[in-house]
Design a protein around this ligand. Structure first.
Ligand SMILES: NC(=O)c1ccc[n+]([C@@H]2O[C@H](COP(=O)([O-])OP(=O)(O)OC[C@H]3O[C@@H](n4cnc5c(N)ncnc54)[C@H](OP(=O)(O)O)[C@@H]3O)[C@@H](O)[C@H]2O)c1
Length: 284
């Protein structure tokens, strides 16, 4: 079993098409230390399975998620893991971005992060100011790539226009069989522009698999396709998300079984008929 990599944006950087999300590892909006051991083990196991793209954020567990990622990767060669983190919208003033990044690096125990993203756009801080800070961090070698999250086509283009020495490489947005709204304009736009779409909540936090239990039209289709390819419905659902070349995904999993299953969603492809059949079954 090998987790394949794809190009990040138009760069020569390769990132795994299936990575690991860490929302709710180390707490929700506030720290929760009760499952630390399990979470660190899960992050290590994900990397062992080849899911080396680890996604976190300063907001997750009030910073504790980053600490857990830091602990999990402490003894690994730096280039064996691709660490992505995000700055929260209340910290988007120039100096705040620099400070947030510094704090994230400290919690992660790293000298640089591979991808630094604006978590959500802000109505209060001019985007130019935040992007200027991101570019400063880029020039200083604290971040290797700049990304955004939850940005519309218009905002994404505005963000790109604020940069002078590099480009936005990725936009992290929700994408799964139950939420296909990015297909209207964001996904085709990113495909044309060579920007990676990092699909979050690829299983809609488990709701996609509840369709299988319910025996809905989508659930029945997931079961049929899974049997045809000798995989599981979760693997079909994840593989459907990464069908387009510029899409990668970061399912969150703590359970070893889930981690193994998710790694196995990489390295093969749904044929066009089955891909379409799933699209038809998931149409609202
Ligand atoms: N940028 C943003 O605004 C934003 C928003 C939301 C999420 N994200 C990122 O995207 C990541 C993933 O999204 P998410 O956590 O919202 O939802 P998700 O990945 O769609 O779902 C996670 C849930 O599904 C379960 N699961 C994982 N693999 C499974 C499998 N093979 N079979 C059955 N259940 C499985 C997990 O259980 P266990 O943990 O028990 O294994 C967990 O309860 C987040 O962790 C975060 O890094 C970003």
């Amino acid at each position: 079993m090998k987790v394949l990599k794809r190009r990040l944006g138009k760069t020569s950087e390769l990132v795994t098409e299936v990575g690991l999300g860490t929302w709710r590892m180390g707490g929700g909006p506030r720290p929760d230390l009760s499952r630390d051991r399990e979470c660190v083990d899960a992050i290590r196991y994900a990397i062992q399975l080849g899911m080396t793209h680890i996604d976190t954020a300063e907001m997750y567990g009030g910073g504790h998620s980053e600490e857990l990622v830091g602990e999990a990767i402490r003894d690994l060669p730096r280039d064996e893991v691709f660490v992505a983190t995000k700055v929260w919208p209340t910290n988007l003033r120039y100096d705040q971005v620099l400070r947030s990044c510094e704090m994230s690096l400290r919690r992660l125990g790293l000298k640089y992060v591979d991808l630094y993203m604006i978590h959500w756009p802000s109505d209060e801080v001019p985007l130019r100011e935040s992007m200027r800070a991101l570019e400063r961090l880029y020039k200083d070698g604290k971040i290797r790539h700049i990304g955004v999250s939850n940005f519309s086509v218009e905002l994404l283009e505005e963000a790109r226009s604020c940069l002078s020495v590099t480009d936005v490489v990725a936009n992290q947005v929700e994408y799964n069989l139950l939420n296909r709204s990015i297909e209207v304009d964001l996904l085709p736009h990113c495909m044309r522009q060579g920007i990676t779409v990092t699909a979050y909540s690829p299983l809609a936090q488990g709701r996609v698999l509840r369709e299988v239990e319910r025996g809905s039209k989508l659930g029945r289709e997931l079961t049929r396709v899974a049997a045809k390819y000798g995989v599981t419905p979760a693997q079909v659902a994840l593989n459907w998300v990464i069908h387009h070349e510029n899409v990668i995904t970061i399912p969150k999993a703590v359970s070893r079984r889930h981690l193994e299953e998710n790694a196995g969603a990489s390295g093969w492809q749904l044929d066009e008929r089955d891909y379409r059949a799933l699209c038809d079954a998931s149409a609202p």
